[in-house]
Write a protein that binds this ligand. Structure first.
Ligand SMILES: *Cc1c(COP(=O)(O)O)cnc(C)c1O
Length: 445
């Protein structure tokens, strides 16, 4: 245990930690955030890296379109729609401002935010291998990678990843489709249907009776020293991060099309469910590149898995896990059941993330049922974590809005965007059970 004082001392000195340890919902606005001009250089990646990732996805669009017919209409670009949520906002009674949803639950191929980073990293790796081997020339039509010759080439190589489920699904499906030998190391909390789906795609699934960190460590260890194996490192990968960041470039166009202004007078608040941190961190990095100080990002975690809040608040980052504080990391929010945060994201993004909050599983389920009733959207529990964010910002008494100069007029002009991170691949029987749980919690009889 790396803690320099007892849990009791932490709790006495820091009310936020006491709330986390008690598994109460809590919100913390980071007093150390800084302007983009000062804080973006903390991240060892640039706008050019992001634009490069975007161009790479554009080059691969011809392959994606050929390999995944469901992306044909979108020209092989893996993107999700933006929806207004007026009925849910009325029901929640949160105003002023407008509530919107970014529907990554509808992302094609793997139905979660992992279709951004995970697929991008495998494509970037495949491109490098194919260019080095002369299988691909700059300027080629990448549709040629959807061929037996290309699959035979990639078949010499292995891709491995450790996952609670959704990352494994993304990496496994795209890797297998390119022809790679794919191995997914899965934690105990991963759903059976995800393992079944991967095996049906020809992916090797190795199960661990432990949590996510152990599955990742074991995957990393097995991949080490194998020059033909690429390990997708969810805790540290720059490629994953950049794949997520591209979302911001796409969102800019979607907001424009919806007539939504984002500038100094029209702030954009974005609420991102956080597991290990790569997804929300990458998206937030992209948003800060695109919208600068006009965008405010908050991370949302389950009360039982508040690893990023703990890591950033204590300054201990990946040296601390929720278990060190007696928190059990047991949550129905699949992608968020992570006990130890990414040190890369926690450290490099700590002056760029406005705040962190926790949500109980019961409230995730209640919101799941309300989202279905008000908007007809079926999300998995994790994907609801962003919904309470608007209320947390509007009701905060920590001096956050005042410190940032966010006046009532700013809040009246604000857009609040809930990042809905998954759901469309959940089998309908499982989704019905989620909904039943949520409805029962809403209307206890
Ligand atoms: C993975 C995941 C997240 C969070 O992403 P991290 O990179 O782990 O922080 C959020 N929601 C869902 C549904 C996910 O699968």
């Amino acid at each position: 245990m790396p803690l320099t004082k007892t849990i009791q001392d932490w709790c006495t000195e820091h009310p936020v930690i006491a709330e986390l340890v008690a598994l109460d919902e809590t919100t913390w606005f980071n007093p150390n955030i800084a302007a983009v001009a000062d804080a973006l250089p903390d991240v060892p990646l640039t706008r050019a890296d992001m634009d490069d990732a975007s161009a790479r996805l554009q080059r691969f669009a011809a392959f994606i379109q050929s390999a995944f017919p469901q992306t044909r209409e979108a020209g092989g670009i893996i993107e999700s729609p933006l929806y207004p949520l007026p009925a849910l906002q009325r029901e929640l009674g949160t105003h002023p401002g407008q509530l919107w949803l970014k529907a990554d639950n509808e992302l094609p191929i793997s139905g979660s935010i992992k279709a951004r980073g995970g697929i991008y990293e495998v494509l970037a790796h495949a491109e490098r291998l194919a260019l080095d081997a002369g299988l691909l020339q700059p300027g080629d039509d990448y549709a040629k990678l959807d061929s037996d010759a290309a699959r035979a080439f990639f078949g010499q190589y292995r891709i491995a990843v450790g996952s609670t489920g959704n990352l494994g699904l993304s990496i496994g499906i795209i890797s297998a489709r390119l022809g790679f030998q794919a191995t997914v190391h899965m934690s105990a909390d991963a759903r059976q249907w995800k393992k079944d789906k991967l095996r049906a795609h020809g992916v090797q699934v190795i199960e661990y009776p432990t949590d996510y960190s152990v599955a990742v460590a074991e995957g990393r260890r097995q991949a080490e020293g194998d020059p033909f194996c690429h390990f997708v490192d969810d805790e540290n990968s720059r490629q994953l991060f950049l794949g997520y960041a591209v979302a911001a470039l796409r969102l800019r166009g979607q907001l424009r099309q919806a007539g939504i202004e984002v500038d100094a007078g029209h702030p954009l608040f974005v609420y991102l469910p956080c597991g290990v941190g790569g997804g929300p961190g990458g998206v937030a990095f992209g948003l800060k590149q695109v919208f600068g100080d006009a965008v405010h990002c908050l991370f949302a975690e389950p009360t039982h898995s508040p690893c990023m809040l703990l890591g950033v608040y204590t300054g201990l980052h990946e040296a601390v896990s929720v278990y060190d504080f007696g928190i059990d990391n047991a949550t129905a929010a699949d992608g968020l059941a992570v006990g130890r945060p990414s040190g890369f994201v926690g450290r490099t993004m700590q002056r760029l993330i406005d705040g962190y909050y926790t949500v109980s599983d019961d409230n995730l389920y209640r919101l799941l049922a309300r989202m279905e009733r008000c908007a007809g959207l079926r999300l998995e529990p994790s994907a609801l974590a962003g919904v309470p964010g608007m209320q947390r910002v509007l009701e905060e008494r920590q001096g956050y809005r005042q410190r940032l100069g966010l006046s009532e007029r700013h809040m009246a002009n604000a857009t609040h965007l809930v990042w809905a991170t998954g759901g469309s691949m959940v089998p309908s029987a499982e989704m019905d059970a989620y909904l039943a749980t949520g409805r029962a919690l809403l209307d206890p009889r």
